[in-house]
Design a protein around this ligand. Structure first.
Ligand code: UDP
Ligand code: MG
Length: 315
């Protein structure tokens, strides 16, 4: 029998938990555990979860000290899974546990990550669906991993994929991109989505902006994490170039008798861009030192090997 660990972040979902556990009972073909991570709920969620865990040993509960956010809740859940397939799921009944069957069926065809796509999404159009569509196109374009719905919590992962990724901020949505970047096979299937009936959404329009900022970080880490100098150094060179052109123009205008130094902003631009250029290069050097430190401190390699033949690990 296939075994699956279901991770459920919970923040003030008191009216949904019991119903959710009832819906999980459709999973009769698998052995499963449901790890509920109570992310500092202020309602009765904690008490309800404790009761559910007494009644059903497959229910496991982690209580956070306070609210750390959905990504942290998911990371804590991932760290406590015992099975090889991991499926995160929202606690608010917007995702449908019955879809887990379809995700796993797709995964059995040889994929490492199967992402849910809420094609018919039941959230506020203006503040959630449209901004999210925009964000998804942007993420797909920039990461090169084309998915319609990065934001959907309901996805299925092979556990070894999750061991590679460290989750910060609101980064859980980028796991498929990270995974693909490490060579995983990623695909998506349509999943059902229901309107939220009990409790309230924790997010609004601001979420999209935060996602776009996170995307910048992901993009930077993907392209430059092992060579930050190429990023900062290039910015530094361009700044110095602008500085020299501005300086040259200023001197030229002065020598040709066309403009006095103080009659144009060019000397100011020369100074500003010169300083900026030097700063960028210094920042690049600092980033290189930090990066090397972190790799060497943890004995990490800058590459990941998929498999080896006739070679043993050296002691
Ligand atoms: N959640 C959480 N911590 C938070 C915010 C949300 O654990 O700080 C949980 C929440 O209980 C739900 C899931 O994350 O199970 C998704 O949240 P929500 O339904 O509010 O997001 P939406 O579906 O509106 O995007
Ligand atoms: Mg929701």
């Amino acid at each position: 029998m296939e075994k699956v660990s279901i991770i459920i972040p919970v923040f003030n979902e008191e009216d949904n938990l019991e119903l959710l556990l009832a819906k999980l009972q459709v999973l009769t073909d698998f052995e499963w555990e449901a790890i509920f991570v109570n992310d500092g709920s202020k309602d009765q969620s904690a008490e309800i979860l404790d009761e559910l865990a007494i009644k059903d040993k497959r229910v496991k509960v982690i209580h956070f000290l306070r609210n750390y956010g959905q990504t942290a809740a998911m990371a804590a859940g991932f760290a406590h899974t015992q099975y090889d397939i991991v499926v995160p799921l929202d606690a608010d009944l917007q995702n449908d546990p019955a879809d887990i069957v379809h995700l796993l069926a797709k995964m059995a065809k040889g994929y490492d990550v199967v992402s849910g796509w809420r094609k018919d999404r039941q959230d506020a159009t203006w503040t959630r669906v449209w901004p999210s569509n925009l964000a998804n196109s942007l993420i797909s374009y920039i990461t090169g991993v084309k998915l319609h719905d990065y934001g959907c919590t309901l996805k299925a992962y092979k556990k070894e994929i999750l061991q590679e990724v460290k989750l910060y901020g609101e980064m859980h949505r980028f796991i498929p991109a990270y995974a693909a970047w490490h060579g995983a096979k990623v695909t998506e299937i349509e999943v059902k989505h229901h309107p939220r009936i009990h409790g309230q959404t924790k997010y609004g329009l601001g979420k999209t902006f935060r996602v776009i900022l996170d995307l910048l970080v992901v993009k930077f880490l993907m392209d430059y994490s092992t060579r930050p100098m190429h990023f900062f150094g290039l910015a530094g060179f361009y700044s110095l170039l602008v500085s020299f052109i501005a300086g040259f123009l200023a001197v030229y205008l002065r020598v040709a008798g066309l403009r006095h130094f103080s009659a144009t902003p060019l000397p100011l631009l020369t100074a500003i861009f010169f300083l900026l250029g030097i700063q960028f290069i210094l920042m690049g050097i600092i980033a290189e030192i930090l990066m090397r430190n972190s790799y060497e401190g943890q004995n990490k390699t800058t590459y990941k090997i998929k498999s080896k033949i006739n070679l043993d690990d050296l002691k």
